[in-house]
Design a protein around this ligand. Structure first.
Ligand code: HEM
Length: 402
């Protein structure tokens, strides 16, 4: 590789897949900018890193992603996404009690009650930015519900989530943005503190009550661990779901025949979602920090390096996925890596799938066709995410369509 690739290069941001393909061929373990991060781009090495937390640590991320200007530890520092075994197992065991697939599935009526009026609004407006008009309000309402926030706060959830997620991108000189993020973090802590205290004294049938009262061997979550987990829900569950919905809609809009086929057979929706997750996974790759020097695919990664296990590349790896660069909604069973692998496998995967399924079922039933231009898409600036931040779209109501 002649020159170090930069992930923030606008051409790479607009489409990272040609770079990944070249790296898989020429340098499957390779150092890039920014931060001199190491990328793993082949399925084999990605899976290996995610399976070996003793070499590729999540606990190291608290220090590697530390934000000095915040004035307190990273909000995720005490949570399970920044923890290794055995601490990770204890935290995950506690949280899992409130996060069972059955508990998440029981959210379906709520999700539907949010989706229906949003689709009505879209069809009335006809031309919308799908991200602002649909994905954001849906994802923030669901997270707001999970966090036990009052409905009137759901709109704030969006800003909090944006600010918390932006933390790692704020430059040292941008003091105005830093102040805004600090305010959001403090505000969010204050609200969560209120919710936690309220549920401690008066439990309800909700996730926060279950988290507050969860016990393993008589031990529960500390206040800091509770905060970190609730912050994590916001960061891990909001933008990812927004981006999944945006990617699904963009891919459908570009394929009118597929749109028509799916309208005629709504049962195809779950498989379509799996292929969207494989072809355009919202999280490009989980991050890790090496605990010692690691030799992998002929390269030596020094101890203490920041590493991205690029699942987006692994899911198109020609050694693993036949014809991986082609979007094929008839494909089956390859998408799992989009939610990570090993001990940190996404806890919210059933919820993300549920939101996407209900959204597409309602949209396909009530909308006869989609318009809009690919040139108008603005891509998310986040380093580890891939999806539209702005997706202008035109919707044709079913009763006026074909
Ligand atoms: C399409 C949507 C989503 C995608 C693509 C996604 C992806 C991921 C990935 C790749 C990881 C592994 C991170 C790592 O290995 O470091 C992860 C972890 C996690 N996700 Fe998701 N996620 C999504 C939605 C959600 C939702 C809706 C929630 C909750 C409401 C959620 C909660 C979590 C949690 C709590 C973890 C940490 C698990 C652990 O560290 O043990 N995710 N997610």
């Amino acid at each position: 590789m002649s020159e170090r690739p930069n992930l923030l290069d606008p051409a790479v941001k607009a489409n990272p897949y040609p770079l990944y393909e070249r790296l898989r061929r020429e340098a499957p373990v390779c150092q890039v900018d920014p931060r001199g991060m190491w990328l793993l781009t082949r399925y084999e090495e990605v899976q290996y890193a995610l399976k070996h937390p003793e070499l590729f640590s999540s606990a190291g991320l608290g220090q590697a992603l530390k934000v000095d200007w915040l004035g307190r530890p990273h909000p995720l520092a005490s949570g399970m996404s920044f923890a290794d075994p055995p601490r990770h197992g204890r935290l995950r065991g506690l949280v899992q009690q409130a996060f069972t697939p059955a508990a998440l599935a029981s959210l379906e009526p709520f999700v539907r009650s949010v989706v229906e009026p949003l689709v009505t609004n879209l069809l009335e407006a006809r031309r919308v930015d799908f991200i602002q008009a649909f994905c954001m309000p849906l994802a923030s309402s669901v997270i707001g519900q999970l966090l036990g926030l009052d409905t009137f706060l759901f709109k704030r959830v969006k800003r909090w989530a944006e600010d918390v997620a932006a933390m790692s991108n704020v430059t040292p000189r941008d003091t105005a943005r830093q102040a805004q993020v600090r305010t959001s973090v403090e505000e969010l802590r204050a609200y969560l503190e209120e919710v936690i205290d309220a549920r401690r004294h008066q439990p309800r049938q909700d996730t926060v009550s279950e988290l507050v009262h969860a016990r393993v061997d008589g031990e529960g979550l500390s206040q800091e661990e509770l905060f970190s987990f609730l912050f994590l829900l916001l960061v891990a569950g909001m933008e990812t779901t927004v981006v999944l919905l945006g990617n699904a809609m963009r891919l459908l809009r570009e394929r009118p025949e597929l749109f028509a086929r799916m309208r005629a057979d709504i049962g195809r929706v779950p498989r379509f979602i799996e292929e969207v997750l494989r072809y355009e996974p919202p999280v490009l790759g989980p991050l890790r920090v090496t605990t010692q020097e690691v030799e992998l695919a002929g390269a030596r990664i020094p101890a203490g390096s920041l590493v991205m296990a690029v699942v987006a590349s692994a899911l198109r790896d020609e050694r693993y996925v036949p014809d991986g660069e082609r979007f094929d909604p008839e494909r089956d069973g390859l998408s799992q890596l989009a939610f990570g692998h090993g001990i940190h496998f996404c806890l919210g995967a059933p919820l993300a799938r549920l939101e996407a399924r209900v959204a597409l079922e309602v949209l396909l039933t009530r909308c006869a066709g989609l318009g809009g231009r690919s040139e108008d898409i603005v891509w998310s600036p986040a380093l580890a995410m891939r999806g539209p931040a702005v997706l202008p779209i035109e919707l044709l109501p079913a009763d006026q369509g074909a």
